[in-house]
Every structure is written in structure tokens, then in C-alpha cells.
Ligand binder design. Structure first.
Ligand code: ATP
Length: 141
């Protein structure tokens, strides 16, 4: 697979695990978080890492986020920041936006904005676990 450029906004557990897997697959990853300690924790593993408020258009522009093939918005609990950030990314013309939603309503708003793939971490993982348990290849408990 050709090397791709990803940006991950929000370096909580979800954002970091997505970014780590992308790095392991030898893609370029820019990690962004508003908190310096989050950036300090990961900067040695990522291609680039920056402290920035993703709700500020100037910050996203300065980081060249519009040139990334795919941007993952991994901000969840701060719904306002998640929505503002995804709107800015859409306005900047980012090709593919993936965003985490913490509730059905949050997901509905992200859908309206035009997010390409909305992830509900707990719900999606719960469904995946059930699917695996129901697979004929899984041992009976
Ligand atoms: P997770 O469940 O993935 O561990 P979390 O519980 O740490 O996430 P979230 O509210 O989902 O909390 O935030 C994920 C990350 O997004 C945090 O590290 C937070 O600092 C970051 N973040 C929040 N707002 C912004 C923003 N405006 N710009 C950049 N990063 C932000």
C-alpha cells in the first residue's frame, strides 16, 4: 500500500490507538491535541505532533491539514469542539473525514456536516464482539 498522510486530532485513547496502527503500517501521521502533555507523550512515535486548538481555523491552516488525504477527529466528550473542528475541515476541503461520536445525536450532527465515516467506539466494538461470539469458528463457552 502506498504511503498516505493522515492527521489525527485528539490524542486520547481512541486517537492514539488509531494513529499507532497507522504508524505501524508505515504511513505518515500528524497528531494534534490542545494539551501539551498529550503531545509530549506521543511525539517520539509519530511523524509529527503539534499542540493546537483544532477549533481555530488559523491553526489548522498553519499545520497544512487541508493537504492530508484523511483526517480523523478523535475528540469525543467535548461535542462542541468536535462539531466545530469537523465543520472547519469540511470548509477547508479535506477529502476524507472520519469522526468519533459519543451519542446518537452527536453522530446525527456529524452526518449533516458530511463526515464520511462516523465511529461510535463502544457501540461498534460491542457489535464486533457479539459478531465474533456468534461466529461458528469461536469455541462454545
Ligand atoms: P478517549 O476516550 O479517546 O480516551 P478522552 O476521554 O481523553 O478520549 P475526549 O474528550 O474524547 O477525551 O478527547 C480526546 C482528546 O481530544 C483529548 O486528549 C483532548 O485534549 C483533545 N481535544 C479536545 N478538544 C480539542 C481541541 N479543540 N483541539 C485539539 N484537541 C482537542
Amino acid at each position: 500500500m502506498a504511503k498516505k498522510q493522515f492527521a489525527v486530532i485528539g490524542l486520547g485513547r481512541f486517537g492514539v490507538s488509531v494513529a499507532r496502527k497507522l504508524m505501524e503500517a508505515r504511513h505518515d501521521v500528524l497528531g494534534i491535541d490542545i494539551r501539551d502533555e498529550k503531545v509530549e507523550d506521543v511525539e517520539q512515535y509519530f511523524t509529527h505532533a503539534a499542540v493546537a486548538d483544532a477549533t481555530e481555523e488559523k491553526a489548522l491552516t498553519a499545520l497544512g491539514v487541508r493537504n492530508f488525504e484523511c483526517v480523523i477527529v478523535a475528540i469525543g466528550n467535548d461535542i462542541q469542539s468536535s462539531i466545530l473542528t469537523t465543520m472547519l475541515l469540511k470548509n477547508l476541503g479535506v477529502q476524507k473525514i472520519i469522526a468519533k461520536a459519543v451519542s446518537k445525536r452527536h453522530g446525527q450532527v456529524l452526518e449533516k456536516i458530511g463526515v464520511d465515516w462516523i465511529i461510535y467506539p463502544e457501540k461498534d466494538m460491542g457489535e464486533r464482539v457479539a459478531k465474533q461470539l456468534l461466529s461458528p469458528n469461536v469455541l462454545n463457552y
